[in-house]
Design a protein around this ligand. Structure first.
Ligand code: NOJ
Length: 551
C-alpha cells in the first residue's frame, strides 16, 4: 500500500487544485479488451504529470455490471476485475503520488448495483426481513399488489419501482430505484448501511486515497416514515423544495451522515477531502461544503452560463462569496461524464435547450465547432484564473467535441434506452480517448474501443497535438504550468471596462490578470506583460472568443 512519503504539502492542497477526471473505462486500455483499466492509467502517469494537474478523480473503479457506466457498484471495497486488481490500484496510487498527483475516488452511496451481496440476499429473504430493510422494498397496490407503490418516476425514466419475484416464484414486492432498476436505493435509516459506508471510506483511506467525490450526495435520506412514499413526475431542480423538507432531495437529515463521515476523514493525516455532487438550490449548497461535512460541493453553475459575460460574472461573484462565507473554496466545472462536452455546447447558439436540441437534430446538430472550441479554451482559461479549484474532464485538454453520431445499437447509457422519445445519451462524451494518429483504437489500447471512435478523433489525438504550437493540448499544458506558479491568495477583484460589456477582466492579489473578450471586435490589452492567450492576438489586440493572462 502507498504511504505518503512521496507527497508533502499542506492539508489544504485541494482548495485551489486542478483535478482531472478520469473515466477509467475510456482512458487507456492495457490488455486489449476494449475497456480502459488501472494499468492503462499507470502507463499514462507521465502524460498526467506533463499535463500539470494536482489530482485525478476516478469515476467508479468497482466491480459492476455496467448498467450505468460503473455507478451500479456491486462491491465497494474491490476493483472491477476488468479494470485490474487491488494490487494494481495500490501501484497506481503509489505512481501517482510519486509524481505529486493526489487521488480522489467516487463513492456511490445512494444505491448499490443489483448484484451487490446485500441486494441478492434481500431478494432471497422474506418480506419484512432485516436483509430487505437495507433497501426500500414496499408492497404494491391493487388486489394482488400488481400496481406500483407510487407514481415516482426514475431519473432515467419511466418508473422508479421494479417488482421482484419472491423466492417461492410468485410475483412479490417492489423496490425503489431513483436511477436504473439495476441500481436499488439504499435505506439510509438502516444503521448497518451507515456503518458499512464508514468502513468503505476507511478501507480506501487506508490505501492512501486522498479524497472522495460523493455521487448524488443530496438523495440519501428520503421521507419514508409512517408509510409515506415519494411521488414525483420529474427531476427538474425547480420541483425540489427549498426548506429541507422535500420528499427525496436535500433533506436536512442528510447532513448528519456527512458529519459522521467528516469524523472519519479527520482520523487521517492529512485529513481526507470530499466533494459533493449535490444538484441542490445554490443557497442550500453551503452545509455540504462546510468544514464539518464534506468540505467542498460542486458548483455546476458555469455549465449553464453559456457565452454570456454578465451571467458568468454573477455566477463567479455568487460562488466566490458563498465559499468565503463557509471558509471553503468553490469548484469550477465545464465538462464531466454526464454532460455534452463544452467545446460542443459553446458552439451552439446561446440559450439552446440541450435536451431538445439533442433529440430531433441529432444528425444535423448545427454546431459551429471552431467557435465552440475557441470559446471552450477561453472559458477554461478564465476559470483557471479564478480562486477555487477547477475540475477538468478527460479529453477536454484535446479539445474533443461530443461524438454525436454513435449508432443506437452501440449506445450504452441507460438514459438513452429508458427514454426512447428523448434519445439523449451521455455516451458521446465517454468515447475512449485518442492517444495516437493510427493503430488499434488510436492508441487507446491494443484491441478495440468499447464505444466507437469517430474518424475525426485522429486529428485530436495526443500524438497529433503534442509539441504542436497552438494545439489545445499544448495550451492546457502551458496554462497549468503557469497556474501552478501564479496561484496565490484566494482573492480577486474585477477591473471594470465601462464602455465594453463584452469584456471580463480581473486581477489576483499578486498582479495576475485575466481578460476575456466575449464580443466580436478586438480589444486593447491592459497594461502588463502578456503571459499566455488562448488564441493568437490580432494586431496586438485580444480577438473575439479569447482569454489572455498578464502580469
Ligand atoms: C451521477 C453520476 O455522475 C451519473 O453518471 C450517474 O448516472 C448517477 N449519478 C447515478 O449514480
Amino acid at each position: 500500500m502507498s504511504d505518503f512519503k512521496f507527497l508533502t504539502g499542506s492539508e489544504d492542497w485541494w482548495r485551489q487544485a486542478v483535478v482531472y477526471q478520469i473515466y477509467p473505462r475510456s482512458f487507456a486500455d492495457s490488455n486489449g479488451d476494449g475497456i480502459g483499466d488501472i494499468r492503462g492509467i499507470i502507463s499514462r502517469v507521465d502524460y498526467l504529470k506533463t499535463l500539470g494537474i494536482d489530482a485525478v478523480w476516478l469515476s467508479p473503479h468497482y466491480p459492476s455490471a455496467l448498467a450505468d457506466g460503473g455507478y451500479d457498484v456491486d462491491d465497494y471495497r474491490n476493483v472491477d476485475p476488468r479494470l485490474g486488481t487491488l494490487e494494481d490500484f495500490d501501484e497506481m496510487i503509489e505512481q501517482l503520488h510519486r509524481n505529486g498527483i493526489r487521488v480522489i475516488v467516487d463513492i456511490v452511496p445512494n444505491h448499490s448495483g443489483s448484484n451487490h451481496v446485500w441486494f441478492q440476499e434481500a431478494l432471497r429473504s422474506p418480506k419484512g426481513s432485516p436483509a430487505r430493510d437495507r433497501y426500500i422494498f414496499r408492497d404494491g397496490k391493487g388486489e394482488n399488489g400488481e400496481i406500483r407503490p407510487s407514481e415516482l418516476v426514475s431519473h432515467f425514466g419511466p418508473t422508479a419501482w421494479t417488482r421482484i419475484t419472491e423466492p417461492d416464484g410468485t410475483p412479490g414486492q417492489w423496490y425503489m430505484h431513483l436511477f436504473a432498476p439495476e441500481q436499488p436505493d439504499f435505506n439510509w435509516d438502516n444503521p448497518e448501511v451507515r456503518e458499512d459506508f464508514l468502513e468503505t471510506i476507511r478501507f480506501w483511506s487506508d490505501r492512501g486515497v486522498d479524497g472522495y467525490r460523493i455521487d448524488v450526495a443530496h438523495a440519501l435520506t428520503k421521507n419514508l416514515a409512517n408509510g409515506h412514499l415519494p411521488e414525483r413526475t420529474g427531476y427538474d431542480l425547480s420541483l425540489v423544495k427549498h426548506d429541507g423538507s422535500d420528499d427525496l432531495f436535500d433533506r436536512d437529515e442528510v447532513h448528519e451522515i456527512y458529519k459522521s463521515w467528516r469524523k472519519v476523514f479527520n482520523e487521517y493525516n492529512p485529513p481526507r477531502m470530499a466533494v459533493a455532487e449535490a444538484w441542490v438550490h445554490p443557497e442550500r449548497r453551503p452545509p455540504y461544503a462546510s468544514t464539518e461535512e464534506l468540505g467542498q460541493s460542486f458548483n455546476f453553475d458555469m455549465l449553464g452560463a453559456g457565452w454570456n459575460p454578465a451571467r458568468i460574472k454573477s455566477i463567479a461573484d455568487y460562488n466566490l462569496g458563498e465559499a468565503k462565507k463557509q471558509g471553503t473554496s468553490t469548484t469550477w466545472v465545464l465538462s464531466n461524464h454526464d454532460v455534452i462536452r463544452h467545446a460542443t455546447r459553446l458552439g451552439l447558439p446561446d440559450d439552446t435547450d440541450f435536451f431538445r436540441w439533442y433529440s430531433p437534430n441529432r444528425f444535423n446538430p448545427g454546431v459551429d465547432e471552431a467557435t465552440g472550441l475557441a470559446r471552450a479554451k477561453a472559458m477554461t482559461q478564465l476559470l483557471l484564473a479564478l480562486p477555487g479549484s477547477t475540475y477538468l474532464y478527460q479529453g477536454e485538454e484535446l479539445g474533443l467535441q461530443e461524438h454525436l453520431t454513435i449508432p443506437a445499437e452501440q449506445m450504452q447509457d441507460p438514459q438513452f434506452f429508458r427514454n426512447p422519445d428523448v434519445g439523449f445519451s451521455r455516451d458521446g462524451c465517454r468515447v475512449p480517448l485518442p492517444w495516437a494518429r493510427s493503430g488499434s483504437s488510436l492508441g487507446f489500447g491494443p484491441g478495440g474501443a468499447h464505444l466507437p471512435q469517430p474518424a475525426w478523433y485522429v486529428d485530436y489525438s495526443v500524438e497529433a497535438q503534442s509539441g504542436q504550437k497552438g494545439s489545445t493540448l499544448e495550451l492546457y499544458r502551458e496554462l497549468l504550468r503557469m497556474r501552478s506558479e501564479l496561484v496565490c491568495a484566494e482573492e480577486m477583484a474585477w477591473v471594470r471596462h465601462w464602455f465594453n460589456k463584452n469584456v471580463l477582466h480581473f486581477k489576483r492579489p499578486n498582479g495576475w490578470q485575466s481578460i476575456t473578450n466575449f464580443g466580436s471586435k478586438p480589444v486593447k490589452l491592459p497594461k502588463g506583460r502578456l503571459l499566455v492567450s488562448s488564441k493568437p492576438l490580432v494586431d496586438g489586440k485580444l480577438g473575439a472568443n479569447t482569454t489572455a493572462w498578464l502580469k
